[in-house]
Design a binder for this molecule. Structure first.
Ligand code: AR6
Length: 178
């Protein structure tokens, strides 16, 4: 079920981040070089086509917690926002860096006047961040940030498995109803 805070709707759905045709921007769980890779980065670069890597080249490298924005090329969205999540157990403080990814991505969406954005569960794949801890950081960060959003009115978390969706829904429900 969708949640709401300060006029912003927040959803947790099971799905594929490259198939979110109705949102203005999708977020890429990128690598520092902003190149294709496994997981979300591989799927986004395949869906967007090789022109995405070309556009990314001059913007790299980025640091953990940072975000940059590009066009979406062959994807159905206007923009891709690339963030570098922390490698769990390596990049510290992990929660601060992960929260920064979400905040910087939302700031970029606002700077373009976007209304909707979809996030994957940043850092929870190859980078090893425990799913429930990552969902806790995501929900806290978006709840705190919602009050200052002016253009963004829909924020969607797209989780690859139903199990991951349920973890997010449970933690978001607790955070938003606290
Ligand atoms: N749609 C939605 N979620 C997905 C998809 C998809 N198409 N594919 C995977 N996930 P990851 P990270 C989930 O590894 O941990 C890359 O190789 C996945 O199940 O994509 O930030 C880059 O090149 C997991 O829960 O991102 C980097 O080097 C979550 O998305 C590195 O991995 C994030 O998994 C980034 O690692």
């Amino acid at each position: 079920m969708a949640l709401s805070a300060n006029g912003v709707t927040i959803e947790c759905i099971q799905g594929d981040i490259t198939r979110q045709d109705d949102v203005d921007a999708v977020v890429n769980a990128a690598n520092a070089e902003l190149m294709s890779g496994g997981g979300v980065a591989g799927a986004i670069h395949r869906a967007a086509g090789s022109a995405l890597a070309e556009e990314c080249k001059p913007l790299a490298p980025i640091k953990p917690g940072e975000a940059v924005i590009t066009g979406a090329h062959n994807m159905p969205n206007q923009y891709v926002i690339h963030v570098l999540g922390p490698v769990y157990g390596v990049d510290e403080p992990a929660a601060t860096l992960l929260a920064s990814c979400y905040r910087e991505a939302l700031d970029l969406a606002e700077s373009k006047g976007l209304r909707s954005i979809a996030f994957p569960a940043i850092s929870t794949g190859a980078f090893g961040y425990p799913m429930d801890h990552a969902a806790d950081v995501a929900s806290r960060t978006v709840l705190a940030k919602s009050a200052e959003l002016e253009s963004v009115e829909l924020i969607r978390w797209v989780l690859f498995s139903e199990e991951d969706r349920e973890v997010h829904q449970r933690i978001f429900d607790l955070m938003f109803n606290a």
